[in-house]
Design a protein around this ligand. Structure first.
Ligand code: GLU
Length: 369
C-alpha cells in the first residue's frame, strides 16, 4: 500500500543479496530484481538503488577475506570492487533496457546543506532523463571518523535528501519480529511500527554477517531518520526472487510509519542529521520560549558541549538531558562558551565584534518531540 502510493522510492540492497557465502555472485537474483525495477518504472516511479557490495566484490576479485582487512587496504579494495559492482549491474540491467548511473557519496555530502542540495538536483535530473542512479558510499576516500560505514543510514539520508516517499531495505531478514525468531517459534513479524520504543530497540541487537555491515541496529537508526523526515520505511526479505513484487502482493515485511510530514525540505534535512557536532543544554525559561516557537538566545544556554563551527548541526537538550530540538548554530562552540547565560545586548562586548543575537534562529530549528 505504501509502496504503491509512493512516487519516489529508494531501495537498498545489502551485499549478501549480491554475493553468497561461497562468494558466488547471485546473477539470477539480480536479474529478477531488475524485472522488479522495470515494473516500478512502468508505474512511473522515480527509483534510486543504494547498493552495497564494493568491498565484497573487491575481496572476491583479490581473493581476500573481508574480516582481516585494514582500513587503508579496504579503501583500495572498495575502489577495485566498485567497478566490478557497476559492471555487474550494467550487464544485467542493460539487458532489461534499464539505464543506470552511479553516485558515490560521503558523509559530508549529505551533512552539508549545499552539497545535499546539489545531490538532490542531480537525482532530479537523472529521474527526468529516465536513469536509475545506483548509490554507494565513497568508501575509497571515507575515513573511519567521517563515514557512514553502513548503507542503511546512508540510504535513509538519501531518501530524505531526494524527498522520497518510501525507502525499502532489502535484507536477509523478513523484518522485525516480536521476539528473536531463531530462539522463539511463536515469534511474530511486526507489520507496522509507529513508535520505536525501548522494546523495539532491544530487538535491534547487533548482528554482523560476513558481507553486510549494519545488522538490525543500523536499520532501526535508518528508520528513525525516515520517521523524522516523513518517509515510510520497510525492512523486507530480499533473498527471494522478485522481492519488490513480494512487498506489493503480500506486504510481508515491517513498515515504519513516518512521524512528521509537514516539515519543509530544509527542516527535514536539519532533523535527520547523522552527525550533530555538539549539544546545547538550556534552562527552563529557554525551553518554554522554544516551545512557544521562539529562537534560542544566549541567556537561556547553561552549557555547551562539543566543538563546532557556525552553521553546524547541534542538539538542544533540556536540563534533564532530554533532546528537545535540533538546529544550525549561528555561533561557534567557542563563542557560545563566552556568551552563554548572558543577555543579547552583551554579546558584541563579550566577543569584540557585532553579530546576530539568536544563537539558533527559529527558522534553523526543528523540535524533536
Ligand atoms: N559501502 C560498503 C560496500 O559497498 C557496504 C556498506 C554496508 O555493508 O552497508 O561494500
Amino acid at each position: 500500500m505504501y509502496l504503491e502510493d509512493s512516487k519516489t522510492v529508494v531501495i537498498k540492497i545489502g551485499s549478501s543479496l549480491l554475493i553468497n557465502e561461497d562468494k558466488i555472485i547471485r546473477e539470477k537474483w539480480l536479474s529478477e530484481f531488475a524485472k522488479d525495477i522495470k515494473f516500478l518504472q512502468k508505474l512511473k516511479k522515480n527509483i534510486i538503488i543504494v547498493s552495497s557490495g564494493a568491498i565484497a566484490l573487491g575481496c572476491k576479485k583479490l581473493k581476500l577475506n573481508k574480516k582481516n582487512l585494514k582500513l587503508d587496504k579496504s579503501q583500495a579494495v572498495a575502489s577495485i570492487g566498485q567497478i566490478e559492482l557497476m559492471n555487474l549491474f550494467k550487464k544485467i540491467f542493460n539487458s532489461k533496457k534499464i539505464n543506470l548511473s552511479q553516485i558515490l557519496l560521503t558523509l559530508e555530502d549529505t551533512e552539508q546543506r549545499r552539497r545535499a542540495i546539489n545531490a538532490k538536483r542531480t537525482f532530479e535530473n537523472l529521474f527526468n532523463l529516465g536513469f536509475v542512479p545506483i548509490v554507494n558510499e565513497n568508501d575509497s576516500i571515507a575515513t573511519t571518523e567521517i563515514k557512514y560505514g553502513d548503507n542503511d543510514r546512508l540510504a535513509s539520508r538519501v531518501a530524505q535528501i531526494s524527498n522520497a516517499d518510501c525507502l525499502i531495505l532489502l535484507s536477509d531478514v523478513n523484518g522485525v519480529y516480536s521476539k528473536d525468531p531463531k530462539l522463539n517459534k511463536n515469534a511474530e513479524l511486526i507489520h507496522e511500527i509507529k513508535n520505536i520504543d525501548s522494546k523495539i530497540e532491544r530487538i535491534a541487537t547487533r548482528s554482523i554477517g560476513e558481507h553486510g555491515t549494519g545488522g538490525m541496529k543500523t536499520k532501526i537508526d535508518a528508520a528513525k531518520i525516515c520517521q523524522l523526515s516523513g518517509c515510510y520505511m520497510a525492512i523486507s526479505n530480499g533473498l527471494i526472487n522478485r522481492p519488490i513484487q513480494n512487498i506489493l502482493k503480500d506486504n510481508s515485511c515491517t513498515w515504519f510509519l513516518p512521524k512528521i510530514s509537514k516539515l519543509d525540505a530544509r527542516k527535514k534535512w536539519i532533523i535527520s542529521s547523522i552527525s550533530p557536532k555538539g549539544q546545547l543544554i538550556i534552562d527552563a525559561g529557554a525551553l518554554n520560549a522554544l516551545k512557544n516557537g521562539k529562537s534560542l538566545l544566549a541567556a537561556g544556554i547553561k552549557q555547551v558541549k562539543g566543538i563546532f563551527n557556525k552553521g553546524d548541526h547541534v542538539r538542544i537538550l533540556d536540563e534533564n538531558m532530554t533532546e528537545f530540538a535540533r538546529g544550525l548554530s549561528s555561533f561557534t562552540s567557542d563563542e557560545i562558551s563566552k556568551i552563554k547565560g548572558q543577555h543579547s545586548n552583551k554579546i558584541s562586548g563579550l566577543l569584540g565584534y557585532i553579530s546576530k543575537s539568536e544563537v539558533i534562529h527559529k527558522d534553523d530549528m526543528v523540535k524533536v518531540q
